[in-house]
Ligand binder design. Sequence first.
Ligand SMILES: *Cc1c(COP(=O)(O)O)cnc(C)c1O
Length: 391
Amino acid sequence: MPGKSTITVHADRKVHPDRSVAPPIYQTAAFSVEDAETFAQAAVDRRGKDFYTRYGNPNHAQVAAVVAELEGTAAALVTASGMAALTTAVLALVSAGDHVIGQKSTYGGTASVLLNLLPRLGVSTTLVNQTEPEAFAKALTPKTRLILVETPSNPLLQVTDLRAVADLARAHDVLTLTDNTFATPLNQRPTDWGIDLVRHSATKYLNGHSDVSAGVLAGPAELLDRIWDVGLLTGAVLGPIDAWLLLRGMCTLPLRVPRHNTNGMALAEALNDHPAVSRVHYPGPTTHPQHELAADQMSGFGGVLGIEFTGGFEMADAFLGRLRYSRRSASLGGVESLAVHPASMWRGMLSEDQLAESVPPGLVRLAAGTEDTADLVADVLAAADAVLTAN
Ligand SMILES: *Cc1c(COP(=O)(O)O)cnc(C)c1O
């Protein structure tokens, strides 16, 4: 098995050989076929790459090949966004009358699918505290078909015991899907612990340059075929240029992630004992209540941390305003540091009550980019000192 950096540079070539060193962009909505028999075959060729771009495209196939090899899965499927990956998977895997288990701490869009969209379609849901190992077993019903996990979670960086959830689900014939966006396949491979399907908002670390919206699902071919069938109907297709940009971005993923890990850890350690900060949510330091579990299933802790301020929303907001390098933005995972106030950002997806349940008002989510560690540390310390003095 080649190393990760070799995979990201070469795994696309097997699926779409071409003599140009840089992969071409297949900016076409459709492909021509020689005869009726080939046409009829191409129309049912699941996850094919040269019939109609909503069905698949060589640039999609190249991205999928790289992600599948990184995640250690048989196959992968590319979608227009991380949310498209989730809704397509869920629509393919559950029906009215079924039950789905999710987490209380999870990305706002995922929470809204669980709290609002699925119940409207007749699918019941239970959200559990993922830090309690027995919570998933308690929520299980005879109708449970799917468990949706996310670890570390956005924005509280709570850790889910992937092996425990996978073992429980397998024993009850329930599927598991985990959001691996924060960890990336460099820091964590969920299928190593028995998880069935892996999802990414490729908008974030996989692409890494904040210039593409994309999603990926990785898992067994049979499951991805079922999801692809529904993807044809939801039509959340990634544009070929965006797939090409994502392919390019992923080449440097193994170079970027170690720097994100270093920066995330340095910021967490710098802010841990700061008097303006009541709590740093980041599983890297040994003082984090879930550090042991995180260290067991992850090889690095990523670049995102949640910083809770003693002065609530006002202090969190003042801190954001004083940062020099981290711009105020809703995204994460790019080379540039970004920071945001999650309780404000997710108001489009969740009600005030739902938000109050999931995100503390004084929380800042800071996504460390790949800038020099010393510059980022000095920046957050200066901002934290300033908001303390101003208070
Ligand atoms: C951003 C994000 C998503 C949503 O992905 P999009 O590409 O924006 O649709 C899902 N999960 C996590 C953990 C995220 O950070």
